[in-house]
Design a protein around this ligand. Structure first.
Ligand code: ARG
Length: 463
């Protein structure tokens, strides 16, 4: 706590006993929220400029305060600032240091504001910056994915549903599905800006202030779009924290899904992709092992990011409005999730640049499990005027035949096929060609080579 002349905390003039040591130790947030020092100082500078413009403080005091704040910023960034846990949080620590530097005129800084609006102003600015950093990293992943996709448009692999071979698909199409997810993640973080761009500064403790402040001025100077509309809601609101943690959670869930996919494809049973030695680890006992630990790390981290979202939802549940100490934990949750997510995004980008498809095995597996059966059914509908249901049954009979003869669909002869459907001619055999199958899915969003090429070009232009 900031001590005044009588060695009491600033807010402690009516509290006669000194705060419990234990509570001081666990209740402070300085070592967490010192991350906000830049935003706090920027907010304070704009605040005092506004106070001067509104003739609430003098030119001299404004300049003195700004001089002190700039000095403090330098001290902190050069690691010359003495952090002291007794000063509760970053806001109090900076104000305390300002008193040391410029004396009692520092006391004017807190005119017409409270820590309640101060802390969310800092926090919103911080979250906006971090959202940009996350989006920069998403951008890199999208770029890497496009690069690999571009090289693999004609790499054919089995597409799975229920993890059973379903239909042949281009490896690039799979990668592009993750591009869609990561693009949506970027958009999600951007959409959050609407609420993040409402400026809390000036609502004071909960009711607003009787000083003639100019909230539009601080809004503009601090890069917000408009001031918040209701002072009580403003100090209570942590929806923007939930939006952010939710966005982190969804993004991390996407990372976890691609990781799991790659783990499965890298397994000895599937053997569809190879991981370079840069991203695998060995076993302490089994000398032959190359384990996909990096991917497991990515899959696992989703758990702790979800944890932050659930913690915040739980903290807010049933909390009456306005400010309560409960809210202080929001920063630790956001900082931890941000750090974890950014590490994961960076690592995923490295992983993507260190995988290679096992093209031979992909093709081989794509031809197992009668994956062109749907193509045959479609062919019957188009060429032999059958309803899809009738064609489905004929095709099922052909699959049964192939199973009985222990053949793949493309190994059946025309005579064998004719036993099920007399109308068939040699022409039907082309539907069992995997490349034809993939390339026939020309409907918008389908896996045809031309479609994928167009999508890659479109996204390359966009990013
Ligand atoms: N460290 C506090 C927090 O992060 C700052 C707000 C303090 N406000 C108050 N009324 N005690 O939540």
């Amino acid at each position: 706590m900031i001590k005044n002349k009588n060695n009491r905390a600033i807010w402690n003039t009516r509290i006669t006993k000194s705060t419990s040591n234990l509570f001081q130790k666990v209740g402070g947030s300085l070592y967490v929220d010192k991350k906000l020092y830049k935003e706090d100082i920027a907010g304070s500078i704009v605040h005092v400029e506004m106070l001067f413009k509104q003739k609430i403080i003098s030119f001299k005091i404004k300049n003195k305060i700004i001089y002190g704040l700039n000095k403090i910023e330098k001290e902190i960034s050069k690691n010359k600032f003495q952090f002291n846990k007794n000063f509760e949080d970053i806001h109090m620590s900076i104000e305390k240091r300002l008193v040391d530097l410029i004396g009692s005129d520092a006391g004017y800084i807190h005119t017409a504001r409270s820590r309640n609006d101060q802390v969310i102003t800092d926090f919103k600015i911080w979250i906006k910056k971090s959202s940009n950093e996350i989006n920069d990293n998403l951008h890199k992943i999208i770029k890497s994915s496009l690069k690999i996709a571009e090289k693999n448009i004609k790499t054919i692999m089995p597409g799975f549903t229920h993890l059973k071979n379903a239909q042949p698909v281009s490896f690039a199409h799979y990668l592009m599905s993750y591009v869609e997810m990561f693009m949506r993640d970027k958009r999600r973080f951007n959409n959050n800006l609407v609420n993040l761009n409402e400026n809390p500064l000036g609502v004071s403790a909960l009711t607003g202030t009787s000083f003639n402040i100019d909230r539009n001025y601080t809004t503009k100077k601090l890069g917000f779009k408009n001031p918040t509309n209701n002072s009580i809601d403003t100090v209570s609101d942590r929806d923007f924290v939930l939006d952010y943690l939710y966005s982190c959670s969804v993004c991390s869930m996407h990372i976890s899904r691609i990781s799991e996919e790659l783990i499965i494809w890298n397994s000895d049973a599937f053997n569809l992709i190879k991981l370079s030695d840069k991203i695998v680890t060995g076993s302490s006992i089994m000398p032959q092992k190359k384990n996909p630990d990096s991917l497991e790390y990515l899959r696992g981290k989703t758990g702790s990011i979800y944890g932050s979202l659930f913690s915040m939802l739980t903290i807010l549940k049933g909390l009456p409005i306005s400010y309560f100490k409960d809210l202080q934990d929001d920063k630790e949750l956001v900082f931890k999730s941000t750090e974890t997510l950014i590490n994961c995004l960076k690592l995923l980008n490295e992983v993507l640049n260190n995988i290679s498809p096992n093209k031979k095995r992909m093709l081989e597996l794509a031809n197992m499990g009668y994956t062109t059966a749907t193509d045959l059914a479609d062919y019957l509908v188009k060429n032999h005027s059958m309803s899809f249901r009738e064609a489905y049954q004929k095709t099922a009979a052909i699959v049964n035949l192939a199973e009985k003869k222990k053949k793949k669909l493309n190994e059946l002869t025309i005579d064998e096929l004719k036993k099920v459907e007399t109308k068939l001619t040699n022409e039907v055999l082309r539907v069992f060609d995997l490349k034809n199958s993939v390339n026939s899915k020309k409907s918008y969003g389908g896996t045809a080579f031309e479609n994928i090429k167009k999508m890659i070009i479109k996204y390359k232009k966009q990013i």
